[in-house]
Design a protein around this ligand. Sequence first.
Ligand SMILES: Nc1nc2c(ncn2[C@@H]2O[C@H](COP(=O)(O)OP(=O)(O)O[C@H]3O[C@H](CO)[C@@H](O)[C@H](O)[C@@H]3O)[C@@H](O)[C@H]2O)c(=O)[nH]1
Ligand SMILES: [Mg+2]
Length: 276
Amino acid sequence: MASRSPIHYSVIVPAYRENGNIRPLVTRIFTALRRVDSPIPPDQVEVIIVDDNSRDGSVENVQSLQQEGYNVRIIVRTTERGLSSAVVRGFYEALGDNMLCMDADLQHPPEYVPTMLAALSPSSTFVLGTRYAKGVEMDKDWPMYRRIISSGARVLALPLTTASDPMSGFFGVRKEAFLKARNLNSQGFKIALDLLIKAHIPSEAIAEVPFSFGVRSEGESKLTGKVMIKYLEQLAELYWYKFSTLIIFAGILFIVALLLFARSALGALSPASQAK
Ligand SMILES: Nc1nc2c(ncn2[C@@H]2O[C@H](COP(=O)(O)OP(=O)(O)O[C@H]3O[C@H](CO)[C@@H](O)[C@H](O)[C@@H]3O)[C@@H](O)[C@H]2O)c(=O)[nH]1
Ligand SMILES: [Mg+2]
């Protein structure tokens, strides 16, 4: 039996009811990697689908892709659910030191996978696919309310990171950087933002790759109001994580100022001062 090349690159795909998208996703990733100008050897890449028990034929679909020679596997979780926690699980399972996360629904173009993976290095430990750059655009089918929510979410995260699109679900991280992060919040959708802060990724270690956010071709978005509330909770936690010293210091200053003010106000009202 021919021995396989060691895997240096892992592409993690969180997926829930994405059966219709899995085949085009996997075949397009490997077609891009097999192009003559691809900087990444295709036989060093694995794709890991992390599925939350969709029971929609995804498992059988992955099995037939495996039989065709594609290095893809599927992890089916039965006791846990959620996008971010699926990504974290995939990162722990990854064989490669260079790990990329992308959606299953083809909104993240598979043709960018070689460029994204090649952007990772020991000095560039994080790569971010950004929708906020010249010449790229959002999903044309996104309704106005989704654009407003996305822009608002991004503005709220601005004090936390210098990255231009921390809301992006198309990002990569080196394994050694990922393993530095403690207490990741894997409740919501925004795991890239959590990693940027909690793995202490310095600005100069973030490579950005502009891409146009595509249109979902199959299935439905899983973004709900509950996911948005979880994002606000995650933001509050990250603000506390990053600025707690500053917040406590400002709080103490405020209390001291209040006490001084109260003392001088009371002094002004006392009988001694009124007798003068
Ligand atoms: N395993 C698993 N996967 C999930 C779950 N919920 C969503 N996913 C998968 O996560 C990916 C993104 O989910 P969508 O439902 O397509 O999200 P979206 O609304 O299009 O959000 C996109 O835009 C955001 C930026 O504004 C991104 O942050 C997000 O990752 C995604 O790209 C898809 O592959 C979807 O199957 C879940 O509970 N479990
Ligand atoms: Mg989507």
